[in-house]
Design a protein around this ligand. Structure first.
Ligand SMILES: Nc1ncnc2c1ncn2[C@@H]1O[C@H](COP(=O)(O)OP(=O)(O)O)[C@@H](O)[C@H]1O
Ligand SMILES: [Mg+2]
Length: 377
């Protein structure tokens, strides 16, 4: 593959000789006569390597390197210098330079380094793309799990709305027909208004909770109290199970150390597991028990349901993306694959036990910070 490089030097003669020689070696060469020009070019074009003169008037090579790396971490920079000092070399490496070479650079060595830079950049770009895809997948999965939740609790919003509409109708009847000054009618008026207020409040609570979960996923890691997250998710899931025969019970260890995690990703994991548990229980009724506990160096969350269970032959497929046993429109098969991705990224693990007809327990193992651990032992 043709190497696409950018030569940066304030000496015009050097630039033209070098670019001629590199082109003769089959490279696609662009040039810039100053650091500023180089930065502008690098912003709009993608180079495999940037060969940067260290000493330039105005902005020097190190300054330019710093800016380039901040803008595009995948950029590979080889610095050229008339007289390299060890300190400069160390500083360049610290700032992320790929290499530092003395002028006049041996073309064969430089070419080898450029090829190396090309490979390195390709790997970095691939990694960035992969990470971006993973982020998008988590984001999409989040919307799916919120969607599952929302359709599950839609009737929770429908009920209060129906009551409000009824009461409002009753109020307008009263206004049309009756003598409002009649104390009994006034009392009726107040009662209906209060009912509308209370039911409206119920709707607001539910939509607030939903919107809270639909927020864009923030994958930044911080110290989180797992119990708080469990309680939040249980409170919204209870909206979904309110009218069904599903009970959600928690057993939370109050001594649990904090865990390094992204709160919104942890919410997503729990929401997916609870959504699945509710589906597995179905209309027959049952219970979901959520336990948090410390086991050696792991904080463990168990989500146990008394649902239909998972047949052995399906066990190693349930984490596959798009594997679902649910009808079209209900299952997407993304929930568990996203849980798996999130937990593995944190250095944790997700395991399960299941018996058909008895139930399923998922165990989420999260690494706990060691120092915190010890204070509890
Ligand atoms: N708690 C559970 N009990 C029984 N089966 C489950 C449970 N959790 C997951 N499964 C099985 O794993 C499959 C994949 O789950 P998931 O990735 O969340 O996708 P979806 O819920 O959209 O089907 C489900 O379709 C179901 O067959
Ligand atoms: Mg699911």
């Amino acid at each position: 593959m043709t190497e696409k490089i950018l030569l940066v030097d304030d000496e015009k003669d050097f630039l033209s000789i070098m670019s001629e020689r590199m082109q003769a070696r089959g490279m696609d060469v662009s040039t810039a006569a100053s650091a500023k020009e180089a930065i502008q070019l690098a912003e709009v074009e993608s180079f495999d390597a940037i060969i940067l003169d260290l000493q330039m008037p105005g902005m020097d090579g190190l300054e330019a390197l710093k800016i380039l790396k901040a803008k595009k971490p995948e950029i590979q920079v080889i610095l050229l210098t008339g007289h390299a000092t060890i300190e400069k070399g160390v500083e360049a490496m610290k700032l992320g330079a790929m290499d530092l070479m003395e002028k006049p650079a041996d073309l064969k060595t430089l070419t080898e380094k450029i090829k190396k830079a090309q490979t390195k950049k390709m790997i970095l770009v691939e990694k960035q793309t992969e990470e971006k895809m993973k982020e998008q997948e988590i984001e999409a999965g989040k919307l799916t799990s919120v969607g599952e939740l929302a359709s599950g609790i839609a009737h929770e919003i429908n009920n209060p709305i129906a009551i409000m509409v009824e009461e409002a109708g009753w109020l307008s009847d009263l206004l049309n027909d009756e003598d409002l000054a009649n104390p009994q009618n006034l009392e009726e008026f107040r009662r209906a208004l209060n009912q509308i207020k209370a039911q409206g409040g119920r709707c607001k609570d539910i939509t607030h909770k939903l919107l809270f979960f639909a927020k864009k996923t923030d994958s930044r890691v911080r110290e989180v109290l797992i119990n708080d997250i469990i309680e939040e998710i249980v409170s919204i899931s209870e909206e979904r199970t309110k009218d069904s025969k599903v009970k959600i019970v928690t057993h939370l260890d109050p001594e649990l150390p904090k865990v390094a995690a992204s709160p919104s990703e942890m919410q997503q994991v729990l929401l997916n597991l609870i959504n699945n548990a509710i589906d597995a229980i179905g209309t027959g009724g049952g219970s979901i028990e959520i336990t948090s506990r410390l086991d050696g160096e792991h904080v463990i969350i168990d989500v146990a349901d008394t649902g239909q269970g998972i047949p052995n032959e399906l066990m190693n497929r349930i984490f596959d993306p798009f594997f679902t046993t649910k009808p079209v429109g209900k299952g997407t098969g993304l929930g568990l694959s996203i849980c798996y991705g999130i937990i593995k990224k944190m250095g944790g693990d997700i395991t399960l036990n299941s018996s058909v007809g008895i139930g399923t327990t998922f165990h989420v193992h999260l690494p706990a910070p060691k120092s915190e651990n010890q204070s509890h032992q």
